[in-house]
Ligand binder design. Structure first.
Ligand SMILES: Cc1cc2nc3c(=O)[nH]c(=O)nc-3n(C[C@H](O)[C@H](O)[C@H](O)COP(=O)(O)O)c2cc1C
Length: 187
């Protein structure tokens, strides 16, 4: 095997192309964020990194709340559109026919079409360079009921989530293992 060394870059993939909602039920906005992830289990914490030039940046800075909504692969066009247009001059919610549901712990609306939505409250803001990181506590998670089975297990693979890798969108593929399956004893 031979490797080529490139300079440091953002080449981590796949990542979730999240539809992040901000604002209120009366004045909502949505934009696409790929720079997100989980940073702590207890307390559950996440981050989004946002360029200060985004219309959403001022809204999140002021309200200190946002919601990370995970789109399905059938929402790839909506996800791209929300990352191309700005809420400064376009009502993306209406343009994409997105339905809003009230947040349970935040004033920010949740996207009804997304199977998973993480309600977040900002606890720290860190200016990193091109992007500013909003570090946040996940205060509630709204999940689509139809993916919860009779045992109460949430079958996320059935939701058909969207992935993003190096400028391209993908539908999540075939399941190839379970957490811990590599060390699980056979009965
Ligand atoms: C796939 C994808 C991922 C994106 N990820 C980010 C991101 O992580 N941070 C960011 O600031 N902008 C990101 N953008 C760009 C914003 O979504 C875009 O500038 C959007 O128009 C901002 O909307 P707003 O002005 O209504 O806030 C991404 C766009 C796309 C298409």
């Amino acid at each position: 095997m031979s490797k080529v060394i490139w300079k440091g870059s953002t080449m981590l993939a796949p990542v979730p192309p999240a539809l992040v909602t901000c604002g209120t039920m009366r004045h909502p906005n949505v934009f696409t964020v790929a720079w997100t992830g989980i940073v702590c289990t207890h307390p559950p914490m996440t981050y989004i990194s946002v360029r200060p030039s985004r219309h959403s940046y001022a809204i999140i800075s002021k309200m200190r709340e946002f919601v990370i909504n995970l789109p399905t692969s059938s929402m790839s066009k909506i996800t791209d559109y929300c990352g191309m247009k700005t809420g400064a001059n376009t009502d993306k919610i209406s343009a994409c026919q997105l339905e809003l549901v009230e947040g349970s712990t935040v004033n920010v609306p949740v996207l009804a079409q997304c199977p998973v939505s993480l309600e977040c409250k900002v606890c720290e803001t860190k200016h990193l360079g091109t992007h500013t990181m909003f570090l946040a506590n996940i205060t509630a998670v709204q999940v689509e009921e139809k993916y919860i089975d009779s045992k109460g297990k949430f079958n996320l693979q059935q939701a058909g989530l969207l992935a993003y890798a190096h400028g391209e969108y993908f539908a999540l593929g075939r399941k190839c293992g379970n957490f811990g399956f590599s060390v699980k004893k056979k009965h």
